[in-house]
Design a protein around this ligand. Structure first.
Ligand SMILES: [Zn+2]
Length: 258
């Protein structure tokens, strides 16, 4: 190889490597969304977000979630890093002994055992869209100090490449009745939208190490069954800001409900 060719090859490789390095340090483009406020009633907010259905929404890459970061940092201070990691791992565990299920009589605990023995549901990290919704509510009321739960109904339109999130939350520990956004959702379902997920968040009190239980309560299970019957809900999601459990509609009947 002539010196010139060797030199040109070297320049080409340097440029190529600079190009790749630049690409790897570029931040991803945060998905654009539109928010429509359906109703504000005191601290109760009922909104609909619309996103372009980009792959990033369903990945475990999180966008800017300063309120979730703040919550996680505060928990690390309160529980210590080791205590926090242990509490997160306990709630994410799906390898508990199956014998637990046969012994358990209490409905809520049986529901938790169904998930933690790996019998029903799949626990995985919180994803981009779930973190976006949780972060929004934590910006209104911090989970540590003023815990709240929200409703997030997530629908897709097969022909439009769009995702809509029907959101309802207030300043109370339990979410408000979501009727104002259910009306909007029902209209959309009649126009070809599909209710893919219902998402809500769980937290625990101090005596249970704060990290929310990744299993449905008995009223949750009752609600999921209703959503499946009435709106053909495909999956229920419960997140605790670290992990999310996904439960397919065909398994809702396994859970105790009232
Ligand atoms: Zn719940």
């Amino acid at each position: 190889m002539s010196k010139l060719k060797h030199y040109l090859l070297l320049v080409f490789l340097i440029l190529l490597s600079a190009c790749f390095n630049k690409k790897s340090t570029l931040r991803f483009q945060a998905p654009q969304f539109e928010k429509r406020l359906v109703l504000q009633d005191g601290h109760a907010e009922f909104s609909v977000w619309e996103f372009e259905d980009q792959a990033i929404l369903w990945t475990y890459t999180l966008g800017a979630v300063p309120h979730i970061d703040e919550y996680r940092d505060s928990l690390a201070l309160v529980l210590g890093q080791e205590g926090l990691e242990k509490a997160i791992a306990v709630e994410a565990d799906q390898s508990r002994d199956l014998a637990l299920l046969e012994e358990e009589q209490n409905g809520a605990d049986r529901n938790a055992d169904l998930v933690h023995t790996g019998t029903v549901g799949h626990i995985r990290p919180i994803n981009y869209l779930e973190a976006f919704i949780l972060n929004y509510q934590l910006g209104r009321f911090p989970l540590l100090g003023h815990p709240t739960e929200f409703h997030g109904f997530i629908a897709k339109h097969p022909g439009k490449n769009l995702v809509r999130v029907y959101f309802a939350a207030s300043d109370a520990p339990w979410p408000p009745k979501p009727r104002p956004v259910m009306d909007a959702m029902e209209d959309d379902l009649e126009r070809g939208w599909k209710l893919v997920y219902h998402l809500h968040n769980h937290y625990c009190e101090e005596d249970k190490d704060y990290i929310g239980i990744l299993a449905p309560s008995m009223p949750d299970a009752q609600y999921f069954k209703m959503l499946a019957n009435r709106y053909d809900l495909q999956k229920a999601l419960i997140t605790n800001a670290y992990h999310t459990v996904e439960i397919e509609a065909k398994h809702f009947s396994r859970f105790d409900s009232h």
